[in-house]
Design a protein around this ligand. Structure first.
Ligand code: GLU
Length: 344
């Protein structure tokens, strides 16, 4: 049959139309509009609010008494807009999430090479409070985001004595959060009376010459650091400060340099969620840090920080709801940095 002269232009027009629609849909899916962000948070909250999996940590006795129904989501953009859903005022102890900010301050003060040489930055591949990890490596490569490296990081904190080091730790956490934070005394007292394992870790590191202050006092400073009180909005603002190259996007104050953030985020990406760090990165693509108090924060570099507080944890020690919510929001907003639309 003879081809009509109109067949080809119509096909072309249809193809161009479909391509345009597809591309504009993809761009729309990645646009961080106010409506998209709030809808992603609202939908995530409703989707997971009735989930009953997980259990509060109880190896620190006071954590077992925290209300397991606390459930709050906050997202702070790098231009300082705050989005929230649920309970963003209830306070929980920051626990391991603090390890990020003490490490960042040490990197800021001493440089990345000193942290690599004096502590190590590789994931240990063992549990967060592993003594075997210290013994096997003779105190080397102990990672600032698990207990041995974190206690070493607290011992390295600037300050001539214990009080000065603690003040610097509380100040840097407050600067990241954009307000004066304080200590949760019941959690601190509960853990301080029961932290022989962390003291053993600190002493073993001391024996290997990898503890940079008195081990008893360093463990005490670290225990206080873990008991800093935060809510979901504090954690999101802390994450947003990392997302914004070290300047708090709400207070507009410089907290650390962009270079410090550049060295902090990879350690979070490789060791932020205990033994499930690889599973987390596989499902989200972004650096994050969890704590046994039920907080989890994640950083979308250049875009926003997001955090969830929900105390029930899974077997690896990560908040069940927090992981699901953040992964859902990242997916809904299309901001996994490994998701790239091919050039046509
Ligand atoms: N203070 C806790 C400990 O040292 C922190 C643990 C965590 O959140 O991973 O056991």
């Amino acid at each position: 049959m003879k081809k009509s002269i109109f067949t080809i232009p119509w096909r072309m027009i249809t193809t161009i139309l479909i391509l345009t629609l597809t591309i504009s849909f993809q761009l729309k899916a990645q646009t961080l509009t106010k409506e998209n962000i709030q809808k992603a948070l609202d939908d995530a909250y409703n989707k997971f609010k009735d989930l009953q999996e997980g259990k509060n940590a109880d190896y620190i006795k006071e954590l077992a008494n925290v209300d397991p129904n606390i459930f709050g989501i906050a997202l702070v953009t790098t231009d300082g807009q705050v989005y929230t859903k649920g309970d963003i005022t209830s306070m929980v102890s920051i626990q391991s999430v603090s390890k990020v900010f003490t490490m960042a301050k040490d990197i800021e003060d001493l440089g990345p090479q000193a942290i690599q040489d004096k502590i190590g930055v590789d994931a240990t591949g063992m549990r967060f409070n592993s003594i075997v990890a210290v013994e096997l490596q003779k105190g080397k490569e102990i990672n600032p985001l698990v207990n041995p490296g974190a206690i070493a990081a607290s011992s390295l904190m600037a300050g001539a004595d214990s009080a000065a080091k603690w003040k610097n730790i509380l100040d840097i956490h407050s600067a990241f959060a954009g307000r004066q934070l304080s200590l949760n005394w019941p959690v601190y007292v509960s853990e301080a009376g029961d932290n022989l394992r962390n003291q053993a870790i600190a002493h073993l590191l001391y024996a290997y010459g990898r503890m940079y202050f008195d081990p008893v006092q360093a463990t005490d400073i670290y225990t206080k650091q873990c008991a800093i009180n935060v809510n979901a909005q504090d954690l999101a603002e802390m994450a947003a400060t990392l997302a914004n190259g070290g300047v708090n996007p709400v207070t507009k104050k410089k907290v650390v340099s962009p270079q410090t953030v550049m060295y902090t985020l990879p350690v979070m990406a490789t060791a932020g969620l205990y033994d499930d760090s690889g599973i987390w990165l596989f499902n989200s693509g972004i650096p994050a840090k969890s704590g046994v108090g039920g907080g989890l924060l994640a950083v979308c570099p250049g875009k926003f920080g997001i955090a969830v507080v929900s105390p029930p944890l899974d077997a690896a020690g990560n908040s069940v709801k927090a992981q699901k919510v953040i992964q859902y929001v990242i997916q809904q907003l299309g901001v996994n940095p490994y998701l790239v639309q091919p050039k046509q």
